[in-house]
Design a protein around this ligand. Sequence first.
Ligand code: AKG
Ligand code: FE2
Length: 286
Amino acid sequence: MCSNKRKSYPPTKSNLHLFFGPSKVKKQKQQHDQSLFTYPFIDSYPSAPFILQTNIKERRLINDKLDLDLIYITSFIPSPCDMSLYTFLLNTLPWYRVEYSKQTDRLVQIITPRYTTVFGIDDTQQSKDKYNRQPREIPPILNELKERVEQATDVKYNFVLVNFYANGQDSISYHSDDEHWLGDQPCIASLSLGAERDFYMKNKTNDNLKQNFVLSSGDLIVMRGKTQHAWFHAVPKRISQLSGRINITFRRAYVPEGTNNYYRYNVGDGPIYRYINGKMIKYDSD
Ligand SMILES: O=C(O)CCC(=O)C(=O)O
Ligand SMILES: [Fe+2]
């Protein structure tokens, strides 16, 4: 069971100092230095007001299609712990809505259709000034979760990438996570919390080869082996879905380029958002 331990939760604008430390919040406001403001170094995360529960009773291997290699663990985070974790992460993490331009046959402006945030550092552990953007330590609850996922999957991770789909309008289009900094056969463990969403997979060379899931809160899906090289995955828009969903992927990056890329596309250089009193607000907007 998840037991409540703290009273000062969730954070409101007036109690944010309890979560991020008085000096940090004040410093950001006083300095108004844009780079610090949009990219705060939060070094005091609150402790979670519940005990993290995990279970691997329902573990299914899915490897009956060409180059597909999945582990599907339903209710890895059992109820009601799944929703305690969802609420805690939503209320305490810094979020971003990253914009960037992409050169195809013309320059296209992309607004990422979901909120994102990322923690972790590649194996090379360079000094922080060697990175384009300084990597951030994994918050304690995500670190605890990472350790549980490592035990369940027998793989070590060093990045925790978090997506927040505010409702069914938010999405991620077909892609594969097969960048070279993830190694030859990346193992990516992906945890769902909150609203149910479709998770579509299709083979890269044969569009008719598909594997679709409806991911529920607490489910863990692990993509490994040749999956990233041979398959795309997506969470399509579902306009009828009005509630939010958090997805957490655990990955291992081997070179600094991974760190730079993750921070560029999941933190970016726009404003920070925080979820306060049930609303996502631009934290610099007052
Ligand atoms: O939200 C999900 O289930 C998938 C997220 C994903 O594919 C990614 O972040 O690369
Ligand atoms: Fe992905």
